[in-house]
Design a protein around this ligand. Sequence first.
Ligand SMILES: Cc1cc2nc3c(=O)[nH]c(=O)nc-3n(C[C@H](O)[C@H](O)[C@H](O)COP(=O)(O)OP(=O)(O)OC[C@H]3O[C@@H](n4cnc5c(N)ncnc54)[C@H](O)[C@@H]3O)c2cc1C
Length: 458
Amino acid sequence: MAHFSRWAPVAGGILASLPISDALKGRKSLRCEAKQSLPVVVLGGGVMGLSTAWSLCRRGVKVELLDANHSEKGSWGETRIARVSYADPVMLRLARRSYELYEELKKEHREPLMCPTGCLDVGFDRRSLDGLAKTYEELGQSYERLSHRQVAERWPMLRLSDDYVEASVFCPAGDAVLASVVLEALKEQVQQLGGPAAYVESPVVSIDRAKKTVTTEDGKTIAYSKLVLAGGIWSNQILSLMGLPLLPLVTSVEQQTYYATPEGTEELFSAGKLPVVLEHNPSPEPEMKRRGGYMIPHVSNGVDGVKFGMHRQGPLMDHEDFPMVPGAFAAAQRYFACAGTRAERLWSQRWPEEEDSHLREETDAFARRILPDLSIEKSELTMRCPYDQHLYADEDFVVGVHPEDPDIIVVCGFAGEGFKFGPAIGEMAATLVTGDSFAVPESVQRFRLNRPSLLLLS
Ligand SMILES: Cc1cc2nc3c(=O)[nH]c(=O)nc-3n(C[C@H](O)[C@H](O)[C@H](O)COP(=O)(O)OP(=O)(O)OC[C@H]3O[C@@H](n4cnc5c(N)ncnc54)[C@H](O)[C@@H]3O)c2cc1C
């Protein structure tokens, strides 16, 4: 079996001939020093692993990138939402930083990575919408509050349910991200910056932290100076390979449905004619983790139809590939919205291939609440997709140096929110490797691994 699967060859030269952002100028000494040492091994070739590799290569750090090529990875698929619509100021600043880096990636890739749409936040939860508007105000983010009538005037296909709060929040910073194009752009940049021309495409099966080596299923052993674990839903499996304690992570299987547009109206439902939409739903119980719904308009050359999904409402996976800390079952029962709405089907023992009728009913109802002219009874495509969720007592991501091994940096727990933050998280992980400061320093403390979990409270 071959060790390497070649990425498409790209034109272009070496690191020295490429423009790098002002923030990275003046790091030549680090680059030269790092080039002579063992590589930083990045384990995981989703958006987080690739973004980390990109950021490290921009700093001149030698990188080796490994990926098992799991088909059901979180970064799979054609589109994602990018937005700054977070009521939490740190998350908003992190999203802004990611937008800046996406812009730098686009300049280097020279092809669009996103379709600009703007982002409309709607829903039943007035406190949540007011909180978002307040943060926009405080951070000088341009936005508008819109009545249902104003929404319909601007986007004629959007006719918001009377059950919604009559004060939606629109922010021009919102996009449909072309996810697969982003992954290709990151691979291309890693290669252009002198990084590996391909990743080692074989699952890592053992990690020796004393010798600082990883070994892949096809027998390749690679020594590392630092190891960045960006393993998505497999993070606990890989931690156990390292002999490190499991983190409070759980995996859920979510669902996305593309609804058909009536004959001849596709254009009216496309990016440019519609914003991306977020629905704010109050949780069944106040202590439960946040949930909601999202809509992404049709993108040209993409899958036919308009994409809808419910956020964090799919069943959780009880499978040996996704080991869990003791107590995870009880905590999930209490803190996950899917538990509140469908206790009897909280856990799934196998990867479900078929459509989930409960999630389908939920997206049907959401689609009727915002786009009643869609052909809601007719779906073009339904897909299942994993979220790497966690049982920490907050909604933050899990990014930090491992408390038991300073050479291991863990990057996971994105719970369906990660793609937009990819380049910023990659930069954060790279700074944890190099010791540089990060643009949103508060996130370093907040995202650390050893913070309070919900397990003790169950
Ligand atoms: C349905 C759905 C909708 C989403 N919508 C949005 C959205 O609108 N906006 C947004 O910002 N985010 C969204 N997300 C979330 C976002 O896509 C994820 O947070 C992100 O893609 C996770 O990337 P990752 O790199 O952490 O994990 P992954 O993409 O899962 O990558 C992990 C990688 O690790 C590799 N790996 C695992 N085990 C091994 C091993 N033993 N050896 C080597 N490699 C290994 C796998 O092959 C995989 O490639 C959505 C996610 C889903 C599923």
